[in-house]
Design a binder for this molecule. Sequence first.
Ligand SMILES: Nc1ncnc2c1ncn2[C@@H]1O[C@H](COP(=O)(O)OP(=O)(O)OP(=O)(O)O)[C@@H](O)[C@H]1O
Ligand SMILES: O=P(O)(O)OC[C@@]1(O)O[C@H](CO)[C@@H](O)[C@@H]1O
Length: 313
Amino acid sequence: MAKVATITLNAAYDLVGRLKRIELGEVNTVETLGLFPAGKGINVAKVLNDLDVEVAVGGFLGEDNVGDFEHLFQQQGLQDKFQRVAGKTRINVKITETDADVTDLNFLGYQISEQDWRKFTADSLAYCKEFDIVAVCGSLPRGVTADMFQSWLSQLHQAGVKVVLDSSNAALTAGLKANPWLVKPNHRELEAWVGHELSTLKDIIDAAKQLKAQGIANVIISMGANGSLWLSDNGVILAQPPKCENVVSTVGAGDSMVAGLIYGFVNNLSQQETLAFASAVSAFAVSQSNVGVSDRKLLDPILANVKITTIEG
Ligand SMILES: Nc1ncnc2c1ncn2[C@@H]1O[C@H](COP(=O)(O)OP(=O)(O)OP(=O)(O)O)[C@@H](O)[C@H]1O
Ligand SMILES: O=P(O)(O)OC[C@@]1(O)O[C@H](CO)[C@@H](O)[C@@H]1O
């Protein structure tokens, strides 16, 4: 089986809650759903681990509040390659309103010094060579510029690692220049990259083709409840999951999708099977407050209702 690692440069605790409607400027009472050690790469690893794929996790963690992360890694048997840095890992606040999407309050988090970065690049380039697929997920912490990120990703690529990139804004733009093997922007991130609104499926496919033309083998665009697209040398396929009627939190839906895609690759599933499986895992994610697949059987009824359409190819 291919060996997998995930990297989270800007980890976070997620404080997840729910209320009817946020009243700006007022006192809001929020139903607490949990405080979870998270961050995009860690979420991907949690889901993969639930699906019986062995994973190592790396990146940065603030040494002052590292406890729940270490507990999670121990509990799940995740190989801990995280570098501890001075200060605290940030706490991000995620509020689901009854009739609206999630509001994310993402904070900046720890500051990475030049010395931290030097150590991280040397260590990670050494250990990443042991892995076939390295998923690099999430935003950049303070102190790490888009150029520094791009140069590190290029070195990973040169070392023969298949890089899965799930980031946004300047990190996504810079990362795309470093030959990732797979990228998974969402609809909004694709709009930001292309620089204009994408209002039809055709618009999205055209922009995704532009992205693929940068030399990226696999471009997956996630479109929330509308599903996802996968562009590769084999053409374009569309996946439409059954609509989740009882959305608890969409936080981590994209991470669950990335985990499902990696699961398909390491288990040699076909492209159609892989996208269908990733869609089921991500659709399942929105029905719960935290990411993870507690019981594989829960995916079956969702998977049976994912619709896969070949658009081109
Ligand atoms: N309401 C929903 N019902 C069913 N499936 C959903 C729903 N919302 C999301 N999904 C599934 O999750 C996938 C990823 O969602 P989305 O495009 O919102 O990712 P994202 O913006 O990267 O997520 P995040 O950054 O919050 O983790 C979608 O392609 C779809 O398969
Ligand atoms: O600031 P980033 O790294 O872009 O996003 C961080 C984050 O929103 O991503 C995950 C959901 O995808 C959460 O666990 C976490 O809080």
